[in-house]
Design a protein around this ligand. Structure first.
Ligand code: ATP
Length: 235
């Protein structure tokens, strides 16, 4: 589904990612693990097109690496960004309508939003409420559903557990598991190695802008401990 080769990412003069290869197959959940500053968000930003990058980024058969952000979105890239970034003053419903903004089939959007409201009643009950008044966990659910409403081929999730209580993190990871079971292809960025390994098929460990290790999740054994040792990733 997604194939990244020799990716370098730049923030002005700073090279944050130094030439990495990453692949995500259809229906897989692939996780990028690593400590602060490893280059995880930079990698996702390169995929969405919000930073300068070199190398190739192929979505199915097309190199999307030179396309503008909205074209990547139309081709099936969607992100739930770090820190959720919901539109705080817009209602929950309007946030979701924004999620479908690039879709051609707008007619079915209203029905789909209603379906998501029945799946996540906590959002349905707050549909007219400004999104900024939701709890962190509710905002995370909203950010994920907003991304899904663009009907992506691949969903990028940037640290969905960030700042959430353990119980809420568990709920968010249950949602990720359900999405995967429903066939959604996911590229997940996390620092919470234990939770991430439970939903992942394949793992890349990033350190200082390079992949230091990658493999099937089974190869990581009791990965939480191992990754802790390798990278200092927090549990
Ligand atoms: P975190 O979990 O803390 O978000 P990360 O693995 O996602 O870490 P990045 O945010 O991709 O790491 O950062 C990688 C490197 O790029 C870091 O050294 C960081 O300081 C640098 N960097 C990130 N964004 C910018 C920016 N806008 N301007 C300058 N440097 C940046």
């Amino acid at each position: 589904m997604l194939q990244i080769k020799s990716l370098k990412v730049f923030h002005g003069p700073i090279e944050a990612v130094h030439g990495i290869d990453i692949s995500v197959r259809e229906g897989q959940c692939v996780t990028l693990l690593g400590p602060n500053g490893a280059g995880k968000t930079s990698t996702l930003s390169a995929i969405t097109g919000t930073v300068r990058a070199t190398g190739s980024i192929r979505l199915q058969d097309e190199d999307i690496g030179r396309l503008p952000i909205e074209e990547r979105c139309k081709r099936g890239i969607a992100i739930s960004p770090e820190g959720r970034r919901v539109f705080a003053t817009l209602s929950v419903r309007d946030n979701l309508i924004m999620g479908g903004a690039t879709r051609r089939d707008k007619a079915s959007l209203t029905d789909e939003i209603e379906e998501w409201f029945s799946q996540f009643p906590v959002l349905g009950e707050r549909r007219e409420q400004p999104a900024g008044t939701l709890s962190g966990g509710e905002q995370q659910m909203l950010a994920i559903v907003r991304a899904l409403l663009s009907k992506p081929r691949i969903l990028l999730l940037d640290e969905p557990s960030l700042g959430l209580a353990p119980q809420i993190t568990a709920r968010i990871f249950r949602i990720i598991k359900e999405l995967k079971a429903a066939g959604t292809t996911i590229l997940l960025v996390e620092q919470n190695a234990g939770a991430a390994l439970e939903v992942s098929d394949y793992v890349y460990v990033l350190n200082n802008g390079l992949v230091s290790r990658h493999g099937d999740v089974a190869e990581f054994g009791d990965g939480a401990v191992l990754i802790n040792e390798l990278t200092g990733v927090q549990q």
